[in-house]
Design a protein around this ligand. Sequence first.
Ligand SMILES: Nc1ncnc2c1ncn2[C@@H]1O[C@H](COP(=O)(O)OP(=O)(O)O)[C@@H](O)[C@H]1O
Ligand SMILES: [Mg+2]
Length: 175
Amino acid sequence: MNDLFSSYKRFGIFGPSEAGKTTLAKKISWHLFKTEKRKSLVLDPVAKDFWGNHAQVFTKEDEFWKIIFRERNGLVIVDDASVTINRDNELNGVFTTLRHQGHKLLVIGHSAGNLLPQMREQLQRIFLFLQNRDSVEKWQTCFPGADLSDAVNLRQYEFLTVANFQPALRVKLTK
Ligand SMILES: Nc1ncnc2c1ncn2[C@@H]1O[C@H](COP(=O)(O)OP(=O)(O)O)[C@@H](O)[C@H]1O
Ligand SMILES: [Mg+2]
């Protein structure tokens, strides 16, 4: 598990509804709390999930961004980017600014198109649940060394994960 996370700062999880994205995000959140003492700062507009006592959950975007620029060394989680970040050019700067706060970032979305290309390029490890061909093609340009074609063939609760210079791994999510 450590190899998947410790050397990276920006992560993404992408897939359709009910794929297991939030379940995986909660595992990552707990892992980074245990191993790096990072609290999670979660933007969850629906807020139907309990993220744990190590997590602070926000439903309002303006409040969320205000807090993360005050806090340090957290794990910033945006669930889900298709309704929040949504290719918004203004939020592009967030990706780079977070670095100066010592935060790590986890963005959750449906497909590659939820992020602008320059945002996608900043993700160092991604977790792909079922994707369409168009989305896989976009991710493939970010991770040219790995074969992501399996991402169009995944079952529910199955994902591929890949990082730069690493092969893609196919994993079954446990609850
Ligand atoms: N490995 C698994 N096996 C069975 N059920 C699971 C598994 N992973 C997640 N679930 C359940 O499936 C539902 C959808 O998972 P969730 O993580 O909320 O998906 P998403 O965030 O992609 O919509 C939830 O009720 C969750 O508890
Ligand atoms: Mg979810």
